[in-house]
Design a protein around this ligand. Structure first.
Ligand SMILES: *Cc1c(COP(=O)(O)O)cnc(C)c1O
Length: 410
């Protein structure tokens, strides 16, 4: 007989304040939306919600793209869907690498069978558009892939002019905007990006598990040119055979578009609860207004930077290209970074971020994203950090961080 597992209690997590690089606390309205009843996937109410979600995310992505919808899975699912659908085996892809997520794009392109060329910057810097253009002219890629905000370095890659560079060399431009969407302008049409993907758990203030995506007509035409129809799905289905077909079923964006579009061809079962959550994230953002929302994140970033500096800490990376919603800060000499994070969590119920790769153990990352990009949460975090630093023996001028942050909030 199997023992009955009756030893675990109901889920009742501590009320932590998540001030790292994501995930962050979800907006309560999003959590409420996610407790609504389920619907069948072809129920007209459900397909109505799907169409509304497409319309809302055009606003979020600042685009007129018809093909704007959700990929079910975390942000990485959106990245993988984009790259497996855009990159044909053997195709050259120019990857802009300036942090961990640039390396992730490279890894996915390699798995998909693309030939990777890179244009690089040190962690803490960004790549100039001139350097991207120069590399694109040299390697003539089919796809240019880049990250907008690379949370590993807290830098925001400038993307103005990306579309012009891509068009000049006949490439499609892909952007991973997971860390910035909802917090900084993700200007899909202004940049001229062909495919942009995101996630909910950063500045959109939702849980992880849904990846909003937008696709230009140019990119959609290319993806549909690789179309493959599963047998037994459509009444008139012609199986176009392997040919150039996309090397994934779940992430085949042609199939996903045939499901979200008028054809409504069955593919996966749309994740109803995540759709409710994603829809509410977008509603909240558009209600607040893009400019107001971006300004709120900018205030938070300014306040955190000023507060950290007033405490005598050194902020990581180039001031000229800082993300507004997450800030890296050097762990001072002689201070144990993990001991500080533990005290923040245990004494104050606040989570701040650690770092990856060359920055592991060297910087903390302090975020203020979505629902958490608020004055009181920033002040509480800085006040706690000050107390914790002092407890660990690092001298901090009393109250300086909070005072400076209050002043810088504006
Ligand atoms: C957080 C993050 C991701 C990863 O998202 P998951 O939801 O964990 O899959 C991808 N790209 C960037 C730039 C991120 O900051």
């Amino acid at each position: 007989m199997c023992p009955v597992p009756d030893v675990f209690g109901e889920i009742d997590p501590p009320q932590r304040l998540l001030m790292g690089p994501g995930p962050v606390n979800a907006h309560p309205r999003v959590l409420r939306a996610m407790s609504a009843d389920l619907l069948g996937q072809f129920d007209p109410e459900m397909t109505g919600y799907m169409n509304e979600t497409m319309a809302l995310y055009r606003g979020v992505f600042m685009t007129g793209n018809r093909w704007t919808f959700l990929v079910d899975g975390t942000a990485r699912a959106g990245i993988e869907a984009a790259l497996v659908s855009l990159v044909e085996p053997g195709a050259t892809v120019l990857v802009v690498r300036a942090g961990r997520f640039g390396l992730l794009l490279q890894e996915i392109v390699e798995r998909v069978g693309g030939r990777v060329e890179t244009v690089d910057a040190e962690w803490g810097q960004v790549v100039s558009m001139e350097a991207i253009a120069e590399a694109a002219r040299r390697v003539r890629p089919a796809v240019i892939a880049c990250v907008h905000g690379d949370t590993s370095t807290t830098m925001a890659q400038p993307l103005d002019g990306l579309g012009a560079v891509a068009r000049e060399v006949g490439a499609l431009a892909y952007v991973d905007a997971t860390a910035t969407i909802g917090g900084m302008a993700v200007d899909t049409d202004g940049w001229g990006a062909d495919v942009v993907t995101g996630g909910l758990q950063k500045c959109l203030g939702g849980p992880s598990g849904s990846a909003p995506i937008t696709i230009s007509d140019r990119a959609a035409d290319f993806i549909f040119s690789r179309r493959h129809v599963e047998k037994g799905i459509a009444t008139d289905d012609l199986d176009e055979g392997p040919g150039r077909r996309i090397g994934s079923n779940y992430f085949d964006l042609a199939m996903v578009m045939d499901y979200w579009g008028e054809k409504r061809l069955n593919h996966h079962t749309e994740a109803t609860t995540m759709l409710y959550g994603a829809r509410e994230c977008a509603r909240i953002m558009l209600e607040e207004g893009l400019e107001t929302r971006f300004a709120r994140h900018a205030s938070a970033g300014r306040a955190i930077t000023a507060g950290l500096r007033a405490m005598g800490l050194v902020v990581f990376g180039d001031d000229a290209c800082r993300m507004t919603n997450v800030t890296g800060v050097w762990i001072p000499e002689g201070v144990n970074g993990e001991a500080i994070r533990r005290r923040m969590r245990e004494d104050f119920e606040i989570e701040i971020g650690t770092a990856f790769g060359p920055l592991a153990g060297r910087i903390w990352r302090i975020g203020a994203m979505g629902y958490n990009a608020r004055k009181h949460k920033v002040l509480i975090t800085l006040g706690a950090l000050e107390a914790v630093l002092r407890a660990e023996g690092f001298a901090v001028p009393a109250g300086a961080g909070v005072d400076a942050a209050l002043e810088a909030w504006g």
